[in-house]
Design a protein around this ligand. Sequence first.
Ligand code: GRG
Length: 296
Amino acid sequence: MDLKEYLGNRSALVDQTLEKYLPAGDRMPQSLHQSMRYSVFAGGKRLRPILMIAACEAVGGSAQDVLHAACALEMIHTYSLVHDDLPAMDDDDFRRGRPTNHKVYGEATAILAGDALLTEAFRLLADAKANSGVSAEKALRVIEILARYAGSQGMVGGQVVDMESEGKEIDFPTLEYIHTHKTGALILASVQVGALLGGGDEEQFAALTRFGGAAGLAFQIADDILDVVGEQADLGKDVGSDQERGKATYPALLGVSDARIRAGELCVIAVEALAPLGDKAATLQSLARYIIDRSS
Ligand code: GRG
């Protein structure tokens, strides 16, 4: 299966499962559930769930082993986008090609939709039926990983340092902290959970951890570059906003050309990390290249 087909197939699987796990829009409170569904089904790439599935398959598991955790991760990611777009944060009008959640449902409902997506994600991770065949010990470890990488020492921590750095000159270690935490953390979590639920051993878990660290940082550098050279129609959101807000980015610190070189180096590191997994990691290798070559 080529990568395009793989992405289409696995994202359809994730969408079908999200449909099953998200409360219906006509269920009370309707406004909240409709707001949650509006952002979840706005056409995201499903990259984190797909990475989780690919990591699981690379250690010998199948998509079915991780689908509930993949959906929980996409719910966490979507909550972060809804909150990031709020007037108190980036104050963005467009996301995933549509008006942002607060533009449609109002600020209070958008905050609560994000809160509910985050909470529902952990309910799903702890759900006995969704975890059938998974030991309680493993399910707990998955919950701990996702909480750690989403929380104050993961994505939220990165977001705080990012906000506090706006309009300031920051050094390279601070920039790398922002990128590895704000964006890299959930990507790392995706492959670690894939390794665990797919039954990977310690060596495979360590290899995927190295892969996830490099791929996560490469993803954010590519995102920074797209904000400079990308097309609004492809991205579904405003471009040039990083520079407008005085955000520290790789292109701002290194220039676009050196930022591209750095993303390429990280892609090589990510691919090399997969060596212990052999041929089964071919899809992850393609995903690493997709992360830096994508146009949206
Ligand atoms: C508000 C707690 C909190 C955290 C926000 C993720 C994040 C932290 C902010 C989003 C800002 C942003 C655009 C970061 C760049 C990297 C990123 C996460 C891009 C969006 O992810 P994609 O490209 O989006 O995977 P889709 O829509 O395809 O899922």
